[in-house]
Design a protein around this ligand. Structure first.
Ligand SMILES: *Cc1c(COP(=O)(O)O)cnc(C)c1O
Length: 402
């Protein structure tokens, strides 16, 4: 019934999903678009295998970072020339934080939240150590960011959607409040890009980073992206001054001269295979309005909660999710046996994930999830919880990647 009214229902056919598996982990690693598989074959066998080095020009490999960057820009509300595809979020944070600190030389602090994704915090710590401890990291409360801002903060580094709880920050209001105090803002869009409308330009964001293997379905280890607002590109200097970010890399000049614009963010040779696959994967978003994706995400989350309630599971799993208007595209539940429940659920063909210490996290990727998938997943969860199959020792042992 709900599936019949779903305007995105036909998008599932663009993905390869194993039979009998319900995938609720698209927020960690998106499913594989069929176009990705085809492009993998083309880029490896034809472009590399037959074209060899001529493919840099012939198939415009050299233009991939900017071409793919602009395509991602489209999905995060950034006009052309402000997004480039490269490296990982971690590395891109190093670039952007370094550049931002240089733009606010009189200020001492990088502000973030304690519950930010650890790599974001680690990269800030590493940068501060590298600078000789001239700067400090300060933690502010995620529920009360605006009131904590002050004029010694150079950069505010925030992840828009909390990776555990799904709590979503108000990008526009926070960016404005930060600017009122002269603070630059770096947004991490790991759980935003491809999940709902993001309006970087309209919110006057300064910088952003994001990955492409989650809701953008770019594949394992797919390259990340970086956004630098046009108005900052003249002043912006990032320290990883590799040859691909040089104004003319093939002049092999002994001195570094940064390229104009967003291209300066490139350091070394792009990972052509991964980036080509990502380029093809992004085609699944062609012609789709991100509002439609958000609407379906909200409907799927509501349907999940309703199904949970109808089988009485809502009393056994403690909801840890914020209200829908301040939530990304995931639900989180607490249970002391969350890890084992997740493992037992996976054995029943439903892949969700666990986040320490006790959180069962369920991601909703509207392009390839149906309402009947959700009902089915909850039925299997009911069996796992009511029959306590999660108590079996096989489900209790922690694996390397959780
Ligand atoms: C997934 C994720 C990352 C991953 O960073 P990489 O350097 O690309 O591995 C970073 N930040 C957040 C908020 C994430 O959710």
């Amino acid at each position: 019934m709900l599936d019949k009214q779903d305007p995105l229902a036909d998008k599932k056919a663009l993905f390869a999903l194993p039979d009998n598996v319900i995938y609720l982990d698209g927020n960690s690693l998106g499913a594989m678009p069929l176009a990705a598989k085809q492009r993998a074959e083309t880029v490896v066998c034809e472009q590399w295998g037959n074209g060899l080095i001529t493919s840099w020009n012939q198939h415009n490999w050299i233009g991939l970072p900017q071409r793919v960057g602009n395509k991602i820009g489209n999905l995060v509300g950034a006009a052309e020339g402000q997004v480039v595809c490269c490296d990982s979020i971690s590395v891109n944070l190093f670039k952007v934080l370094s550049a931002a600190l240089k733009m606010r030389p009189d200020r001492q602090y990088i502000a973030t939240t304690k519950d930010n994704f650890p790599t974001d915090i680690y990269m800030a710590e590493g940068l501060i150590a590298q600078l000789g401890d001239t700067h400090k990291l300060t933690f502010i409360d995620e529920q009360n960011i605006v009131d904590a801002l002050h004029e010694d903060i150079a950069v505010l580094m925030l992840t828009q959607v909390n990776f555990r709880s799904g709590y979503r920050q108000d990008m526009k209001a926070i960016t404005k409040a930060a600017h009122d105090k002269g603070i630059l803002v770096v947004w991490d869009l790991a759980h935003s890009a491809g999940a709902f409308e993001v309006e970087l330009d309209a919110c006057e964001a300064d910088f952003a980073v994001g990955c492409t293997y989650k809701y953008l379905n770019g594949g394992p280890g797919a390259p990340a992206f970086i956004y630098v607002a046009s108005r900052h590109q003249q002043q912006y200097i990032q320290p990883l001054s590799g040859w691909m970010g040089h104004a003319s890399p093939f002049n092999f000049d002994p001195h570094y001269q940064p390229a104009d614009g967003i291209k300066q963010n490139l350091s070394g040779t792009p990972g052509v295979v991964g980036m080509s696959i990502l380029e093809a994967s992004l085609e699944v978003f062609d012609g789709i309005d991100l509002c439609e994706i958000r609407n379906k995400s909200v409907a799927l989350m509501e349907w999940f909660s309703q199904c949970l309630k109808s089988c009485g599971l809502d009393t056994q799993l403690e909801s840890f999710s914020p209200p829908v208007d301040v939530r990304g595209s995931q639900l989180a539940f607490r249970h002391p046996e969350a890890y084992a429940i997740c493992q037992a659920w996976i054995a029943e063909g439903v892949i969700a994930d666990f986040r320490a210490p006790d959180i069962l996290r369920i991601g909703f990727a509207p392009l390839y999830l149906s309402f009947s998938d959700i009902a089915d997943a909850v039925t299997r969860l009911r069996d796992v919880v009511q029959q306590k199959t999660y108590l079996q020792s096989a489900f209790q042992q922690k694996q390397a990647v959780t």
